[in-house]
Write a protein that binds this ligand. Structure first.
Ligand SMILES: Cc1cc2nc3c(=O)[nH]c(=O)nc-3n(C[C@H](O)[C@H](O)[C@H](O)COP(=O)(O)OP(=O)(O)OC[C@H]3O[C@@H](n4cnc5c(N)ncnc54)[C@H](O)[C@@H]3O)c2cc1C
Length: 340
């Protein structure tokens, strides 16, 4: 059992910055995320896209924002429990007992839910044996493009991800782009570029086709695709990449007895507490009149929730407001070398 002052659910930008706000006031936090990486939507959905509305940073990508947020909390040596989904939350005397799907148990007087849109999972291929090849021959995201170097790839989907990856991977692999409609949904210039590459024999495009079956024992050897008229074609391939979008699921959060309104958690904006004492909700998952689903709002919400956590974590101490510029305590906690 891991005891801590605050368990943060969700390692998106809001959850990470909440750890900072907790750390500077002397509270210890553990953070759990069911993805295999830190950064939430910024890393999962748009790592390379520039963001232009983080205060004080004219432009940064989803990835560089995550890196900087982690740098900002490095002195707190926070434990990140990745690939773990919080399944159960129950009250135990003055604490919350939190259990993950891997049966890890945390005990904390406070929980900050920074769960974004809930757990998001890719929409998957529906043919029978697709699951068997998952993470071996079938992928729904690209971690390291060099993994596909000099291989045969079939990329499915008609949106930006399918088009962007088809264009990018065509530089190093043999790519067939397959979509169930003739028109692509993604950016016009990307669709145009894919067609130009097809003319130069750098990409093959098959539309309107859908996956019918996958052939191969341990590894994928080929696939059969079918068009609307029932005509089939066999395409030899080593890998399948599916970009059919993500399904957002609130998941187990809906089972914890919290008020839920249209897949969000209503909060009191004074401290971002939910209807349960000691459970706070911040970032995209919380709702209140005027809520903006922006990263900067999540930062503010985390700052207030952190101060509210202090009361339950340190019932015999009084919280004292201090500026980071002038507080000796905060600088020590942040590990600032030279204390002015
Ligand atoms: C394409 C795109 C572009 C955007 N551009 C901008 C922009 O320019 N500026 C801006 O301010 N915002 C932008 N946003 C919105 C911004 O990304 C979100 O507001 C922000 O990511 C919300 O942060 P969060 O930490 O609340 O949630 P998220 O980033 O969604 O992170 C939540 C995390 O919680 C985890 N989680 C959920 N349930 C559980 C559970 N039960 N157990 C464990 N883990 C769980 C999830 O796996 C996820 O990693 C954009 C969003 C998208 C999709």
């Amino acid at each position: 059992m891991i005891k801590t002052d605050v368990l943060v659910i969700g390692a998106g930008p809001t959850g990470i910055f909440a750890v900072h706000q907790l750390g500077i006031i002397g509270l210890k936090a553990e953070i759990v995320d069911n993805l295999d990486k830190i950064g939430g939507q910024c890393i999962e959905l748009y790592p390379d896209k520039p963001i232009y509305d983080i205060p004080g940073l004219p432009s940064c990508t989803g990835e560089s924002l995550t890196k900087n947020l982690l740098e900002q909390i490095k002195n707190f040596k926070t434990n990140f429990h990745l690939n773990e989904r919080v399944e159960e939350v129950i009250k135990e005397k003055n604490n919350w007992k939190i259990t993950t799907n891997k049966k890890k148990v945390f005990l904390a007087p406070n929980i900050i839910i920074a769960g974004g849109v809930g757990s998001f999972e890719p929409r998957k291929f529906s043919v029978d044996n697709a699951e068997k090849f998952e993470n071996k021959g079938i992928f729904y995201s690209v971690r390291d493009k060099n993994y596909f170097k000099d291989k045969k790839l079939c990329i499915f989907g008609g949106g930006d991800s399918a088009l962007d990856w088809a264009i990018e991977l065509s530089k190093i692999a043999e790519v067939t782009l397959i979509h169930r409609r003739n028109e692509f949904r993604g950016a016009e210039h990307s669709a145009e570029m894919a067609k130009q590459l097809e003319k130069k024999n750098k990409i093959k495009i098959k539309t309107p086709f859908q996956l019918k079956s996958i052939e191969g024992k341990d590894n994928i050897k080929s696939i059969t695709i079918q068009n609307e008229n029932g005509n089939t074609e066999i395409v030899e391939t080593d890998f399948l990449l599916g970009f059919f979008g993500l399904i957002m699921k609130l998941g187990p959060i809906a089972e914890w007895g919290l008020n839920i309104d249209k897949k969000t958690i209503p909060v009191n904006t004074e401290n971002f507490q939910t209807n349960k004492e000691g459970i706070f909700a911040i970032g995209d998952i919380c709702s209140y009149p005027g809520k903006l689903k922006l990263i900067l709002s999540g930062f503010h919400e985390g700052a207030l929730a952190a101060r509210a956590c202090f009361k339950l974590a340190r019932p015999n101490e009084k919280y004292r407001f201090e500026f980071t510029t002038t507080s000796k305590n905060i600088k020590e906690r942040l590990g600032v070398k030279k204390i002015d």
